[in-house]
Design a protein around this ligand. Sequence first.
Ligand code: SF4
Length: 836
Amino acid sequence: MTKRDRIGEPWGGRTPYGRGAEWPVRVDTHLAAGVGEEQVERWVQSASLLHSNGDAMDIAVRGGEVVGVRGRAVDRVNRGRLGPKDLFGWQANASPDRLTTPLVREGGALVPTDWDTAMDRVVRRSRELLDEQGPSALGFYTTGQLFLEEYYTLGVIAHGAIGTSHVDGNTRLCTATAAQALKESFGCDGQPGSYSDIDHADVIALYGHNMAETQTVLWARVLDRLAGPEPPELICVDPRRTEVARLATVHLAPRPGTNVPLMNALLHEIIRTGRVDHDYVEAHTVGYRELARQVEDYPPERAAELCGVPAESIREAARVLGGAERLLSTVLQGFYQSHQATAAAVQVNNVHLLRGMLGKPGAGVLQMNGQPTAQNTRECGADGDLAGFRNWANDSHVADLARIWNIEQSKIPHYSPPTHLMQMVRYAEQGTIRMLWVSGTNPAVSLPELSRIRAVLAQQRLFLVVQDLFLTETAELADVVLPAATWGEKTGTFTNADRTVHLSDKAVDPPGQARPDLDIFLDYARRMDFRDRDGQPLPQWHDAESAFEAWQRCSAGRPCDYTGLSYAKLRGGSGIQWPCDEEHPDGTERLYVDGAFFSAPDYCEDYGKDLVTGAPVEPTEYRAMNPSGKAVIKAAEYLPPHEAPDEEHPFALITGRTLFHFHTRTKTARAPQLDAAAPQVWVELSAADAREHGIAEGDVVEVTSPRGAIRAQARISHLRERVLFVPFHYGYWDLAEDGGRSGEAGDRAANELTVTDWDPASKQPLFKTSAARLTRVGPAPTPAPAPTNTASRPVSPDVPGTRGGADAVAEERLAQERPAEEPSAEGRPDTTGGPR
Ligand code: SF4
């Protein structure tokens, strides 16, 4: 057994393995100080809620409190490993500042009240607005961190019982492009690939995906392959010198906003060098000719000029991609939150279609998710899609849903595409949305152009309901605040980025009067007296398991079929990948194994969009283009970003995350080890730019965009020149009493700077293409408060390294070091027969 500081060494120790072998089991454990495993009373099965990887873990309970976590050896996703946010994040649950009673606004201030009073206000306002203005006056904005059962319930209430199309999740900021890119190419959302493709790939290409920080356990799997025989080659596309870039065979660091010409040049080279699998293309795709014509105009020299990347590096990357026998590609925010997001992400799919690299071990695409339950937001219809990946533009899909919900078809809004979040904000600004119910997300810090967002949310005429664990910056603006239970305090399921469904059982009671989000939504439905066509309550379920069973009926026959799953089947063993039905009782490791896609006109989730304008493709047009449901190869022309650097704002500003935090830090800043690793905001810049501006490590600088300014200490890192990076986690809740925005330090939220603009197809806001100016304010006595073992690694060797100390030590136990009988969920010996 090894003990290791998992803040200083976030990816833990190495367990090398070779190509095609099984990833060894290693179980990571962290318990509260002074607690040994023998003192744990119960281990309760769960999975991680602070990223999308779906690391399976057991929650340690003693005296009615969570006292630690341990990875589940039996699980296919992590085989026992945990990352820093898994190991330490659970402490936030017991924070003394959890919301424990509902709050209502009285005389301008939020005051504690009881559930009846709070819910009566929500119900009264809902009824008034429905009477006065109809369903479109109500909007719902949820998260990627509730459970499947909660999203499905919310989707039924919003789309079915109320009939509003204004429902979206913060997955819009995160992985709306993943969903859209999959729909464009394969006719439907759902990852073609699987994490186990890492075990077989000879080339892994990461596009705008800093896996080392966003999915630490997945990265540990890659590191273990790199440390074993026949290691894969890595291709990294990222303007930052991330940990991925440091180990890559080829690192391409394009100018922000130029992913499309880069991808076009890679495709150009793959075609030019004869690396296309023409049999596959002919049998399984449409659109190849148009792509070949389009990318002909993108020789590496042209892309080199547009992207600021050497033509030779582009050629080298294309050679590696073209020579791969088993190619795995992953994509994330560098593409999704950037200019021409869907167009660029689709080109990654095209590489796989051209090379026939789908549906076999090691050959897959992971258009990654960021949040733990983002996949469920999308598949359950809480994000602007209809439940079960049904196509809003296909009347028979809408009729099917109406039959399942036993309501009139006309009740489900399908006269236009569902409203995306940025449009909902605009409707609230204009006054047509008059009630907004925000659950589990913090738009007052996470949306672009915060001065505008604060003004919209603070309007008198907008009735704002916020359901959360803490009094966030958004909750501060609410009319009613509802205290929610979180992970470990409620039961439900969720699905990770490779379609693995996990069960998370309740371990302890929520604090005070806090309630599971499911109970809150069901309570609202009951008080509103929603009914189906037969006068029965809508929804009819009453707890998590009955909600899951209702969802199974809704998913039947659709690509995300859950009918072969049950709570009993998910309890005790590994998570299981959907589709899981009679035909695939153990789940499905890879989609599109035989080149059969979900894209038939009558079955597909989406007919696709024009990648430039976002206009939906008409059903008749789609049917003519793709009558037999093949994969669609879609070409894209490069268009320059709307806000490019100029003389006044000479830097391209990108925002992003760091390994140790999640979103607006509502949980991670309340875990001492995580908070200490990255306690304050910083600004990253290159050494050349630092020299030109006379800036030293740690100096205070001001970053100004056309929308606002922030102050922070400077980290001189290995970033591309003329680019600034600001982590987006830092809002104001933990500053001074007044919210900290009037202090001398100035604003600090990255989104004070970002622009209101979005990708035309996925409607995902752009956080990677704003223009900014940099000014030195003065010296500071310390280096920037940025981690040194991540992409924010300093150029200077004198900056003290990031360490967690004694409190951040976790145990790592290899298979042979584990006791033969270890208690699993519910205190029983684990008899599931998985790897030990
Ligand atoms: S940090 Fe980024 S990728 Fe991760 S969940 Fe949030 S928005 Fe998504």
